[in-house]
Design a protein around this ligand. Structure first.
Ligand code: HEC
Length: 107
């Protein structure tokens, strides 16, 4: 019985870690407001205009960056885009980037 309670506690404790690594919901919470609801969706024209960038710059499906470059941009930011280092854990950032890559993959 003691083992049961210990494993129950361990399972409960590990749940936030699983939630943290959920790239899709982290994308929705942190990136969707500028980059559209889905990484392969069309960004909002008015938003792009307000930030003085082109739709192509906002469109993650048009990005030719490698995974490493995307991680770096997400950490440091680019132009009007804020950097997320310190706001998101490294695993969250890599989780988001992996989600973006899997969502925009054409092949
Ligand atoms: C405040 C709006 C805003 C938010 C929020 C935002 N971005 Fe951006 N992002 C931009 C803008 C604007 C650019 C284009 C910057 C430029 O080219 O000067 C950009 C560019 C990028 C690029 C580079 C694409 C390329 O090929 O040039 C990546 C990758 C990126 N964002 C990922 C993310 C991720 C991941 C998140 C969430 C963690 C995020 N962005 C949140 C506005 C935002």
């Amino acid at each position: 019985m003691r083992k049961f309670w210990i494993s129950l506690i361990l399972v409960t404790l590990s749940m936030p870690a699983i939630a943290l690594a959920d790239g899709r919901s982290d994308y929705r919470a942190n990136c969707a407001s500028c980059h559209s609801a889905y990484p392969n969706g069309y960004p909002d024209f008015e938003k792009a205009k307000a930030m003085k960038v082109s739709l192509k710059q906002l469109s993650l499906s048009a990005s030719e960056m490698s995974r490493d470059e995307m991680i770096m941009i997400t950490e440091k930011g680019k132009g009007v885009m804020p950097g997320f280092k310190g706001k998101l854990a490294k695993e969250q950032i890599t989780g988001i980037v992996d989600y973006i890559i899997s969502a925009v993959k054409k092949k």
